[in-house]
Every structure is written in structure tokens, then in C-alpha cells.
Ligand binder design. Structure first.
Ligand code: HEC
Ligand code: HEC
Ligand code: HEC
Ligand code: HEC
Length: 349
């Protein structure tokens, strides 16, 4: 090509090179990058972090210091107050301390009035937020008492999800994707648009309804060479699994190899211990959505519900907020009574 005769051709080559260079600049992290080995030597199982991104996100993951301890009053809150259905067995002074902490964790700007209507008795249940908060207390106790398999000795408090906001930053609703302008002819089967859940990949937009509310099968890889005997899963099911896996990686800020050895995604022996924790995490999130969060749909006002009338629900990112160990592994619940008992810290040899 003679550029003098065809200057447009030259321009398009230059423009193309600029676009590629921009793509490389924007789409890739510039060195230096931290890589931590998390599998056997030579299998390429590494956690790759950009130290600059990590430093920028650091303030998000700081646990607030505990409120000063109080001397127990020796009187139960149920003896002092009228309407304590969940925290009745708590010492009255511990109860007040917990109310102060809850306010700091969930509604620091709105204060006590977010759940207790001004000018009314504190025992009144007139605000929906108080009714929801009571269920949240039960949910938090349940996570700490019964989900040692996932949250271990670290446990959770309201702050794990709320981070000083009445509405946690990461919640989900049933999502049927944007409607197609072509009507029935444009049926997308729940995918083929950039999916926010799957980090903008063209994967199913809502992997949460089937897997974190329903208990649809996540395993898609055949366990024998030929499909006979084992129920084989089709490509479509694989796409749903991948969408969930993209969310799990993104929600925890990790690569697939944090849990899997990519030589075989299904073999548990080659996977990391984190994959087992994640397996329990899937069941935990499902349990919270089925037993606690979704049934609150009748308690919320309409403006809190999703486009299809369902209640706001939790996924991995609700607690993890982009980190494999929420709040960098700091246990806040050990400094409070009334929120359940996490697992004992294993004795060091
Ligand atoms: C995020 C919601 C929320 C906030 C904020 C909150 N509370 Fe509560 N409060 C509750 C819930 C839920 C109960 C009922 C607990 C139960 O049923 O065991 C309650 C009960 C009480 C009671 C018992 C009243 C009675 O007679 O039954 C008192 C006292 C109280 N809160 C004081 C406070 C104070 C003081 C603050 C602010 C420092 C505060 N609360 C902030 C949710 C909240
Ligand atoms: C596993 C995560 C999780 C934990 C732990 C948790 N919450 Fe929530 N909470 C949610 C989700 C999800 C919602 C729904 C958000 C919405 O209302 O849109 C919610 C909603 C609420 C609301 C209603 C807010 C509103 O304006 O609609 C209150 C009040 C609340 N939580 C209080 C608490 C308290 C108090 C605790 C601790 C005892 C707690 N939560 C623990 C996830 C959590
Ligand atoms: C935090 C841990 C974790 C991360 C990160 C993760 N996975 Fe998974 N993966 C799991 C668990 C746990 C299962 C099994 C789920 C179950 O059985 O309920 C699974 C299952 C799978 C399966 C199905 C395996 C089978 O037996 O059919 C595939 C495929 C898969 N993951 C691919 C990926 C890909 C690709 C990524 C990265 C985008 C990824 N995973 C990231 C934990 C993880
Ligand atoms: C109710 C809050 C909550 C939810 C929901 C939740 N997790 Fe966790 N997860 C935790 C806590 C707390 C820990 C303990 C962290 C520690 O040891 O410091 C944890 C630990 C983990 C670990 C171990 C990390 C490590 O490096 O040891 C993995 C992996 C994990 N979660 C995956 C998931 C996945 C995947 C989901 C969603 C399917 C999920 N979690 C949902 C709270 C939660």
C-alpha cells in the first residue's frame, strides 16, 4: 500500500495501533504486581494482586474498634424492657451497649431513630426497620452459632454486611435481563448481554436465583469419559455455573486458582482447602436467602423490593466485599454478647 495514494489507510493503521495500545494500557495492570503461590510448585496456582489497587481499597476493609466494655448490671433486659423478643436474656447494660454498636454499624447518620420512631415508646414496633432488624439479630446469631463450617472462629456482626449503611453495598434481586426489542424472536435465555453478576462477561445475568436461592446443581463436568451412567450437563448449564464462579471470584477478589487447580476443575483432591470453605459458603448464602432475607418481602416497603417484587438478598460479595477474608480476618463479634458464639479458636501446637 502506498500511503501517499491512500492516506486514509495509513490513518486507520495508526488509529488501530492507538486503540490496541489503549486497550493494553487500560485492560492490563502495569507492573510491579504481587504474586503469592497458593498451590504446588509448577502448577501456576497463584494469587495475583496489584498492590496499588489493594492500597486504594484498604479503607473499605478496616473493622471499627470495639465500644468500651460495660460492667454487667445484674438485671436481664427482659426485666427492664417491654418488647425484647430476641435479646431478653442479655444483661440490661450489655443490651444498651449492643444497641449503641448496632446504631454505629447500620445507621450512624440516622441514629436510634432509624429503628425507634421519635416520640414513641422504644418498645413500639411501628417502623419496618425495627422489625427487619429483629430478624437480622436472629440471622446473625444463626450464622455465628450454626455456620462454623464457613465463618469459623471469626464470625460476623451487622458490620460485616452493612459497613455503616442501612442498605449493604452488595445485594441482589431477581434479574431477568433487559427486555429484547425483538420480543419473542429476541429470546436471550437469561444471557447474551453484559452481565454485572459475571463481571461484564456475556454469561447469565442472574446466577443467584438458581444457585443461591434455589438449589440447582452446580457441577457440570462429566465424571466418566462417556456420558452414559452419569447425568450429563449441557453447555447451557455450564454457562450458568461459570457465571456464578465469576461472581465468587470477583466477590472475593481472587482468581479461579484460589480454589481450583485448573488441570481439573472438578477434582477435590487437587483443589485448595478454600474450595471446601466456599462449598459451605454457597449453602450458607442459600440458607440466609431462603430462611431469612427473602421471607422479609412482606415486611419491606415497596421501594425496597426488586423489579419483580422480591426482597433484597445476599451473595458472597455482601459479606466479603472483594476480600477472601472479610475485614481482613478481624473478629468483631468476640467483643460483644448477644450475637451468637463463633467456633473456638483452634489451639496452636
Ligand atoms: C438498626 C435498628 C436499631 C437501632 C438503630 C436501634 N435499635 Fe433499639 N431495638 C432494635 C430492636 C430490633 C429491638 C428489639 C430487640 C428484641 O426484640 O430483642 C430494640 C429494642 C430496644 C429497646 C427495648 C425497648 C423495650 O421496652 O422493649 C431499647 C431500650 C432500645 N432498643 C434502645 C435503643 C437505643 C438507645 C438506640 C440508639 C443508641 C437504639 N435502640 C438503636 C433495633 C434498633
Ligand atoms: C449477611 C449479611 C447481613 C448481616 C450480617 C446483617 N444484615 Fe441487615 N440487611 C442485609 C440485607 C441484604 C438487607 C436488605 C437491604 C435493604 O433493605 O435493601 C438488610 C437490611 C437491614 C435493615 C433494613 C434497612 C432498610 O432501610 O431497608 C436493617 C435495619 C438491618 N438490616 C439491620 C441489621 C442489623 C441490626 C444487623 C445485625 C444484628 C444486620 N442487619 C446484619 C444483610 C445483612
Ligand atoms: C472461592 C472458591 C472458588 C473460586 C474462586 C472458583 N470456584 Fe469454581 N467451584 C467452587 C466450588 C465450591 C465448586 C463446587 C460447587 C458445588 O458443588 O456446590 C465449584 C465448581 C466449579 C465447576 C464445576 C465442577 C464440576 O464438578 O462440574 C467449574 C467448571 C468451576 N467451578 C469453574 C470455575 C472457574 C472458571 C472459576 C474462575 C472464574 C472458578 N470456578 C472460581 C469454588 C470456587
Ligand atoms: C454471612 C457472611 C458471609 C457470606 C454470605 C459468605 N461468606 Fe465466605 N467467609 C465469611 C467469613 C466471616 C469467613 C472467615 C474469614 C476468616 O477466616 O477470616 C469466610 C471465609 C471464606 C473463605 C476462606 C477464605 C480463606 O482464605 O481462608 C472462602 C473461600 C469463602 N469464604 C468463600 C465464600 C463464597 C464463595 C461465598 C458465596 C457463595 C461466601 N463465602 C459467602 C463470611 C461470609
Amino acid at each position: 500500500m502506498d500511503p501517499n495514494k491512500n492516506p486514509l489507510g495509513l490513518y486507520s493503521i495508526v488509529a488501530g495501533m492507538v486503540i490496541i495500545a489503549l486497550g493494553v494500557y487500560i485492560g492490563f495492570d502495569r507492573p510491579p504486581i504481587d504474586a503469592v503461590q497458593i498451590g504446588f510448585r509448577g502448577v501456576g496456582m497463584e494469587q495475583v494482586n496489584n498492590p496499588r489497587t489493594v492500597a486504594r481499597a484498604a479503607p473499605l476493609h478496616v473493622a471499627p474498634p470495639p465500644i468500651d466494655p460495660v460492667e454487667p448490671s445484674g438485671t436481664l433486659s427482659s426485666e427492664v424492657y417491654q418488647n425484647v423478643q430476641v435479646l431478653g436474656d442479655l444483661d440490661a447494660d450489655e443490651f444498651t451497649r449492643l444497641m449503641t454498636a448496632i446504631t454505629e454499624w447500620v445507621s450512624p447518620e440516622q441514629g436510634c431513630a432509624y429503628c425507634h420512631a421519635e416520640g414513641e415508646e422504644l418498645s413500639s414496633d411501628s417502623l419496618y426497620t425495627k422489625v427487619v432488624a429483629r430478624r437480622m439479630l436472629q440471622m446473625t446469631q444463626h450464622i455465628n452459632n450454626d455456620w462454623h463450617s464457613h465463618v469459623g472462629p471469626v464470625g460476623v456482626t451487622c458490620y460485616t454486611c452493612h459497613r455503616g449503611q442501612p442498605v449493604p453495598a452488595n445485594i441482589w434481586f431477581e434479574d431477568r435481563g433487559p427486555p429484547s426489542v425483538r420480543g419473542m424472536a429476541g429470546y436471550r435465555a437469561g444471557q447474551n448481554v453484559a452481565s454485572a453478576a459475571a463481571v461484564s462477561a456475556s454469561l447469565p445475568t442472574d446466577p443467584f436465583s438458581p444457585f443461591l436461592l434455589g438449589d440447582q446443581n452446580i457441577r457440570v463436568i462429566a465424571t466418566s469419559a462417556l456420558p452414559e451412567g452419569t447425568p450429563s450437563q449441557d453447555i447451557k448449564a455450564t454457562e450458568w455455573t461459570y457465571s456464578l464462579m465469576m461472581h465468587m471470584s470477583d466477590g472475593l477478589g481472587v482468581n479461579c486458582t484460589y480454589c481450583h487447580n485448573s488441570r481439573s476443575f472438578f477434582v477435590w483432591e487437587a483443589s485448595t482447602p478454600a474450595r471446601v470453605t466456599a462449598w459451605h459458603g454457597i449453602r450458607l448464602a442459600r440458607d440466609l436467602n431462603v430462611a431469612y432475607l427473602d421471607p422479609l418481602r412482606d415486611t419491606y416497603p415497596a421501594n425496597r423490593l426488586g423489579p419483580h417484587g422480591d426482597a433484597p438478598k445476599a451473595n458472597c460479595a455482601t459479606c466479603h466485599v472483594g476480600l477472601a477474608k472479610p475485614l481482613n480476618g478481624v473478629s468483631m463479634v468476640k467483643d460483644y454478647t448477644g450475637l451468637g458464639t463463633p467456633a473456638a479458636v483452634p489451639a496452636t501446637q
